[in-house]
Design a protein. Structure first.
Length: 175
């Protein structure tokens, strides 16, 4: 995994409500606590391979406000995993492109926040990907190159549908 210090400018959005991270049981956690939970999970069996993925999905309401759910998933390859999620309520979305773009920006922001705590000497090795809720079928097919290019420019691996389970399955459960 190659990390860099590039920043992506944010759109002019109005964050209406932002909650901390949550476990599936509803417990609220900070980014540092999520990272500690992920490291603890990986240390339970350090002989396994791990993949940490982050993805965001959204739901647009009639008033043009949207709920964005970002999921952080740690997958013990071949043997289950855990996830955490965060909700952001944001206003003023008029196009699908703007909403997908914001999904990617939220995933990049959370990646920066959580990876800072995961990059410690005592953390087991893991691979990392950002999952984007776009695919070859449907209205988002024209956005694939643009969104994956933005993520690759940040030196992250990227997955799209049908392989983007953090965005299109796990985050989708909470929108």
């Amino acid at each position: 995994m190659i990390m860099n210090n590039l920043t992506v400018p944010k759109q002019n959005i109005e964050v209406i409500q932002s909650l901390g991270f949550r476990s599936p049981s509803g417990r609220e956690l900070s980014a540092r606590e999520v990272a500690a939970e992920i490291i603890s999970f990986m240390k339970e069996d350090e002989n396994r391979s791990y993949k940490v993925t982050i993805g965001t999905d959204s739901l647009l309401h009639r008033d043009k406000n949207a709920d964005f759910i970002t999921a952080i998933v740690v997958h013990r390859v071949g043997n289950g995993g855990r996830y955490f999620w965060k909700r952001e309520k944001v206003g003023n979305f008029h196009t699908l492109r703007d909403r997908i773009y914001q999904e990617v920006l939220f995933s990049l922001d959370v990646s920066k926040e959580v990876l800072e705590y995961l990059k410690t000497d005592d953390a087991p090795r893991f691979s990392f990907e950002i999952h984007v809720d776009v695919g070859d079928n449907g209205d988002t097919k024209t956005l694939i190159q643009e969104m994956t290019g933005m993520i690759r420019a940040m030196n992250y691996e990227v997955a799209t549908k049908p392989f983007s389970y953090a965005a299109s399955s796990i985050a989708d459960k909470h929108v």
